[in-house]
Design a binder for this molecule. Sequence first.
Ligand SMILES: [Zn+2]
Length: 360
Amino acid sequence: MRNLIVLIACWCTAHVLSVAHAADSAYASPSVSRFKSNIESIRPMSPMQVGGGGSSRSGSKAEDKAGDKKSGGKPRPLTEREKEEQAEAELQARIAEKLATMKAQQAARAAAAAKARKEADARAKALALMPPPRANGTHWGYEGEIGPANWHKINSDWIKCSTGNRQSPIDIRDGMKVELEQIVFDYHPSAFNVQDNGHTVQVTMGGGNFITVGNRAYELVQFHFHRPSEERINGKGYEMVVHLVHKDGEGRYAVLALLLERGKPQPAIQTVWNNLPLEKGDVSAPAIVLDPNDLLPQRRDYFTYMGSLTTPPCTENVLWLVMKEPVQASPAQMALFSRLYPLNSRPIQPTSGRMIKESM
Ligand SMILES: [Zn+2]
């Protein structure tokens, strides 16, 4: 009987361990009730069930011997001891069988889990290899979800807004003072049109207005406004800035920046304001001319560095020319623009060791 108890105890321990192990697996759902039913199914038959008679173990040896003598040639009835041994052997066999089944089930579960893991890994790898979906949005602004920090996410072609290392605007400081060549202005009174394009007020110029710098001629395409100024000089910002965008024959940009400060009214700016269309997106094409020379300051000293467009797609390799002397505009002129665009400036970008030159 003691052997029987030890055997059951062993089996229980093995079973509990196997159930606990199975619980670790993502594919097993063991329950206490299953565990109990397993025990029921292999519980050994009681001595009563095996051979009837409820006699105790005491004195069984004497009875065995007596039984041997009585048996003669006929198959003699089993002694209590033999019955117990037989029950033990049966129990052992059933335990072995059960353990083998459990082992096989465990192996199958482990194999299924390994297969599932492998498949999940393969799926994750395939996903990682897939290029990210292309974005092709066009709606951008200066605040929130569509603001400068997210421009590169709106359209895949605007990636330079995030990854570029020659971006504009910058805080212009520590310039190298050199004898910079004069910018040659070849501007004339020209036809123009005005549009509030949803990002700024933009004036598109008729052809024939050029600047020459570094032996290269750039034609004025358009000018527009930002509030506050995008660029800073030694950390100082200005109330507004005008950007005159030029392009050469090979499509290279040169942007001339005119910083605006409060002062007397600016006649060219007044001409633009006078011709603002009533609706956003509409274009007004007045039957008058505008002379871009009227925008320029008296002194022609400037800072220069290589940067980018300050709006998407943030194209780099743009030659920046920032005039040192600010241009004046009246508070009323400034106020008018601020009603349309209280804030339309890209934040300062890292200089990343770029060379800045300035007129002596
Ligand atoms: Zn601009």
